[in-house]
Write a protein that binds this ligand. Structure first.
Ligand SMILES: [Zn+2]
Length: 98
């Protein structure tokens, strides 16, 4: 399945409800799903991680649609090379996070 088809499918299934919830409300659901993915990773539960990643993808696509973003076009930014250093594999300096 291509990303554009996935976005059209999510729009057909959830578009009306997403528009009713509006962008802020839908974005809050996405954040909640990211929290559930974090829990699955922390628990070392690959089945739960599988489910939560699919939820995060679906909610991300919903937010994209509400923002007028074509996810296939957005993903193409990362399709071949790193968008920052324009290389593959990425050669950007690794920044310490925590
Ligand atoms: Zn890079």
């Amino acid at each position: 399945m291509h990303l554009r088809e996935f976005q059209q499918s999510i729009e057909a299934i959830y578009g009306a409800r997403d528009r009713q919830r509006r962008t802020d409300g839908t974005f809050r659901w996405l954040v909640e799903e990211i929290g559930e993915l974090a829990r699955a990773i922390r628990d070392g539960d690959p089945d739960a991680a599988h489910v939560e990643i699919s939820d995060v993808l679906a909610w991300t696509v919903s937010v994209a649609s509400l923002c007028g973003v074509d996810v296939e076009q957005a993903a193409s930014r990362y399709a071949r090379v790193c968008p920052k250093c324009h290389d593959a594999p990425c050669v950007c300096a690794v920044e310490p996070r925590f």
